[in-house]
Write a protein that binds this ligand. Structure first.
Ligand code: HEM
Length: 468
């Protein structure tokens, strides 16, 4: 057992209690130092670094409001819709809890998208933070599952038909698809069994996984240290006396105070939505979801909530024509790789065989299946980012100027895809989303090539810090 320390004579009650606790729970104090008061973060964090702590805040809001919702919600197909109405009308403050939870879902995605965007522009996914990024991508997948399953619970028309459409997609997977869809539903159609299992996953299984992943995400980050807007490794320049990075400042109190600005602005915007526009024009709560689920009446237009629509758009863009384009692109890529790839004979044969096999597979299965593959790949591709980016510098600040344009175009395409995914399908919309899908995948798949070209600016030795 470690030595017990004594409080200094005449110490206040607070100091005495702290010493008492430290003697009995030294790990708590050691972890506080390691992760807060002696975690040295780069001094040049900007507002883009608010979103990690905001994601933590939203996670807490969702868990707390979720617990209170569960006290009055009924996971039963015959009672679920009415129980949500009961929460809204009769439970004291129920409307606030419910609106906080529904707004929190969208807020979570806004915050996490901004957080991922920050990672993208500053190259935070690059060595040595690959695992931090991978845990982040796993969090993103869990978050999508959590949101999808939560959306079924109010048992409105959109809950029901949205789940029906998405689960049916799984049946397009060759061989195992139909059985897999039944396994997910627990029935031949979305029904009470589906609601029950989604409830179990939404309230306990996925939140536990999410919490575990968030802990892993932060531990992995604190092992390697934070990146910063300059993409400079601050651990490379340490004070010879203290061993502390010269450009590092303790996370607490500096960034706990800095983050309060982010929290204040966020809470203002959050409260504005919760109190004045909880549905946000049908975007945070869809109009059709105020109608109870009716298995006999399919709504004219079924669209997922906004945070899923970019991927949904890519699913819908994968028509027969698109598959033919993909066959053509696969063969062209194969020929280009053969001509300019610099492979040996064995490599060339490998590339040719791979291109032919992929083209043949594309022709074998129908477009619906490839749509599912494209939609899945559009999310999974984030995992590969650390290995796709070959730029000599991390941060966009020191990359060629045209990269800024390219990143801006990427965001624009993401928004356009998102917008089109909310709208009913149209001929023009399909062509635009096909072009957008090709750009989206081109951005990632051609990254090993384009990230290396152009004129890079010299990266300074120390971080650029402007006091504000
Ligand atoms: C529940 C969701 C999440 C929570 C609570 C969370 C939390 C955090 C926190 C508190 C930090 C440190 C502060 C900061 O750098 O902003 C951080 C850093 C980071 N996160 Fe997340 N995160 C989440 C999701 C994600 C996702 C989805 C990704 C990417 C796919 C991601 C990638 C990163 C990266 C790369 C860093 C290091 C950034 C740097 O050092 O520049 N995170 N995260």
């Amino acid at each position: 057992m470690a030595e017990f320390k004594d409080a200094p004579p005449g110490a206040s009650l607070l100091v005495q209690s702290t010493v008492w606790l430290e003697n009995r729970f030294p790990t708590l104090f050691a972890e506080y130092k390691k992760h807060l008061s002696e975690y040295y973060a780069p001094k040049n964090f900007n507002w883009m670094y608010f979103f990690g702590s905001l994601a933590l805040l939203v996670l807490v809001i969702q868990i707390v409001t979720g617990i209170f919702l569960t006290m009055n919600y009924k996971p039963d197909a015959a009672l679920a819709f009415a129980s949500v109405e009961y929460i809204m009308r009769d439970v004291p403050w129920g409307w606030l809890i419910r609106y906080m939870h529904s707004t929190g879902a969208s807020a979570f995605f806004i915050v996490v998208y901004m957080h991922m965007w920050r990672g993208l522009v500053y190259g935070s996914y690059r060595k040595p933070r690959e695992l931090v990024w991978i845990f982040g991508c796993m969090i993103f997948l869990a978050l999508m599952g959590e949101a999808f399953m939560g959306y079924l619970l109010p048992w409105g028309q959109m809950s029901y038909w949205g789940a029906q459409v998405i689960i049916n997609l799984f049946s397009a997977i060759p061989f195992v698809g139909p059985d897999l869809a039944i396994l997910i539903r627990g029935d031949y159609v979305v029904g009470d069994a589906t609601l029950n299992r989604f409830f179990a996953f939404h309230v306990i299984a996925v939140p536990l996984v999410l919490l575990g992943l968030v802990v892993a995400h932060l531990l992995a980050l604190h092992d390697v240290g934070s990146n910063n807007p300059d993409g400079i490794e601050i651990k490379a320049k340490k004070s010879p006396k203290t061993g502390i990075p010269l450009d590092g400042i303790p996370f607490h109190p500096y960034y706990t105070v800095h983050d309060m600005i982010g929290v204040s602005v966020f809470l203002l915007a959050f409260a504005a939505v919760v109190f004045f526009a909880p549905g946000l024009g049908g975007n945070f709560l869809e109009y059709n979801n105020f109608i109870p689920a009716d298995p006999l009446q399919t709504p004219a237009h079924i669209a997922p909530v906004w945070y899923f629509t970019p991927y949904y758009s890519m699913l819908r863009a994968t028509t027969d024509v698109m598959v033919t384009i993909l066959v053509g692109l696969t063969l062209v890529a194969g020929v280009l790789a053969l001509l300019f790839g610099g492979f040996g004979t064995k490599g060339k044969i490998g590339v040719a065989v791979a291109a032919i096999v992929l083209a043949a597979l594309l022709e074998t299965f129908d477009a619906k299946f490839w749509g599912v593959v494209v939609m899945g790949a559009s999310v999974l591709i984030f995992f590969a980012l650390p290995w796709l980016d070959r730029s000599p510098v991390k941060s966009l600040r020191y990359r060629p100027r045209w990269n800024i344009l390219l990143y801006a175009l990427f965001v624009l395409v993401f928004f356009v895809l998102g917008y089109l995914g909310m709208k009913p399908p149209s001929a023009t919309g399909t062509v635009i989303s096909q072009a957008g899908t090709l750009f989206y995948f081109g951005f990632f798949l051609l990254m090993p090539w384009w990230s290396r070209i152009g004129e890079f600016k010299p990266v300074p030795d120390r971080v650029v810090f402007k006091p504000h």
